[in-house]
Design a protein around this ligand. Sequence first.
Ligand code: SAH
Ligand code: SF4
Length: 362
Amino acid sequence: MADLLEKLYRNNGLDRGELIELLDMLDDDETMRNRLYRYALATRMCMYGNRVFLRGLIEFSSFCRKDCLYCGLRRSNGKAARYRMTPDDIIACCGEGYRLGFRTFVLQSGEDVWYTADRLESLIRQIKGSYPDAAITLSVGERPREEYERFFRAGADRYLLRHETASLPLYKRLHPDASFTERIRCLRDLQEIGYQVGAGFMVGLPGQTNEDLAEDLLFLQSLGPDMAGIGPFIPHSRTPLAGERGGTVEKTRTMVALTRIMLPEANIPATTALGTLQADGRELALLAGANVMMPNLTPTVHRPKYALYENKICSGDEASVCLGCLEMRIRMAGFEVDMGRGDSRRFLARQASAAGSGAQSL
Ligand code: SAH
Ligand code: SF4
């Protein structure tokens, strides 16, 4: 039998059937998984060296109009604690992050209708006005194209919108009030507008198979995002998926590594959800191809309320403590912290070719 892992690593191309076969083999073969992690690490070193980009995460509102089955913030969760930071709170939070050295702020929330396009646009302009050399990443869900355009013109640089799962039946089951077609419309609009776009998926969703995960990898490859966020699904006790099993560290790590090999130039975070499952989960992801981490800048009073899932790590730590802890973890794992903007290579190459200046080195 041909060595499918070797083929993937050398040629960067497996068809659907081969990918599924590879995923099945990886489930059963620890030696092969370790080889995969080595290949993914080598690819990441080649693309980004041993640096880990840090982003300051601000979870600014836990209100959400959506009802995703897996999420603790879903509107049907009457027990969810809701809070909303004001634009001034958010700007102050960016200020603290900037002083700590962050040059990317990720503004994430539920789909909160209070944050109209006008309010978000003005917020983005204010942050950019104060910190022009910092990148702004939005992660506020599905919006009309015209709003995405306004945010971009106001200075937003990047947008995170995981596709969640590329399996249509699974997507439907998990999102009673949303459609995969609309999610993809958003991702395509964001790309056309010029954002650095992040897609991604959860691992270990109820009923998810290796066929579904192969679909996720192929979807990412065809979309060609600048970022890919992959985390384990963690069941939340106040959702309809409370009794389900959730994803594992090993399987998530496998998907991170495969994503690195299939999208060598993407920024791939070692997610907080992985760190929640296992103390060294994020370090394990770094050693399998991930190159980004997102310490939390949200004021500690709000942190426990932003419960997409429960027992999230770092809920009580001040931003500077979070940063110090992560810096230590990154160094212990053999990497170096990079607080710069950390644009994706794919994006820098697009910029260089648009400027007609040919290839630009990092
Ligand atoms: N509302 C926005 C952004 C916040 S949710 C959006 O949905 O795009 C950010 C991410 O959290 C989601 O994309 C989802 O992949 C993840 N998430 C939600 N609930 C989760 C759970 N129970 N376990 C793991 N990840 C979860
Ligand atoms: Fe809302 Fe995002 Fe949670 Fe879905 S995943 S319920 S959109 S916060």
